[in-house]
Design a binder for this molecule. Sequence first.
Ligand SMILES: [Fe+2]
Length: 274
Amino acid sequence: MHTIKKHRFGPVEAFELGFGPIGPPLMTAFMYVTDGTVIDTGQRRMGRYVAELLGNRRLNRILLTHHHEDHSGNAGMLARKHGAVVMGHPLMADKMRTGFNVLPYQHYMSGTAGRAEVTPFPDRITDGRLRFRPIHTPGHSRDHTVFLEEENGWLFSGDLYLTDRVWFFRIDERIADQIASLEKVLKYDFDALFCGHRPCPSGGKKRLRRKLEFLREFHGSVGALADSGYPEKAIIRKMRFRSDLKIRWITMGNAGFNHMVRSSVRAHRAEKLF
Ligand SMILES: [Fe+2]
């Protein structure tokens, strides 16, 4: 079953895309379009629909928040079809050129990873009246970048937000980097948070602040337990506030609460060294 929903937030069009071979999709992803700029491109499995949705529009550039397959899957296809430039952080260029392996659950939901030639973005990206400031925000992935349109107060935030209280991490996520990235972004002014999976058209800055507070508190509590001599497994047992069994099972261990605690314990140890 496919999900294709069109939303409009003022001049920003948002296309909600999801693929579920059996039943409704487990997760949807957003592709945003404003003037000639596309921000993230959805899953490759949704490529046919993405091509139809955008028709023969004049597209100048595709901005990628990060390389993950549910965000970058159709970048190459759209670039070829519309003669658009794909822009992203230099850290994603090699991965996007050669393609990358995806796990079975990722393949199930998104299909294979797309390929594209990625050009590093300049300090400011101008599209008519719009000016996007890329801000590197590692933590969810090393290449993660958000795009701020200051004039309108829009933040295209990829997977920086997701929700106020996250309860699982992917194995490669880093909590200390996420905290630093949230602090960095919160220094800017914006109101609309165009999240990759959950848009907040107003009050977005408050939502990001809530996530920062939650992560700081979580990191502090894990650190306190680690300092009291609790081993990692005991911290996981003590801190778990929601069952992550289903997510661990679906992702074959690639995502879970344990990764959140582990990242926090490691960061805490590193903080104590310096
Ligand atoms: Fe992601």
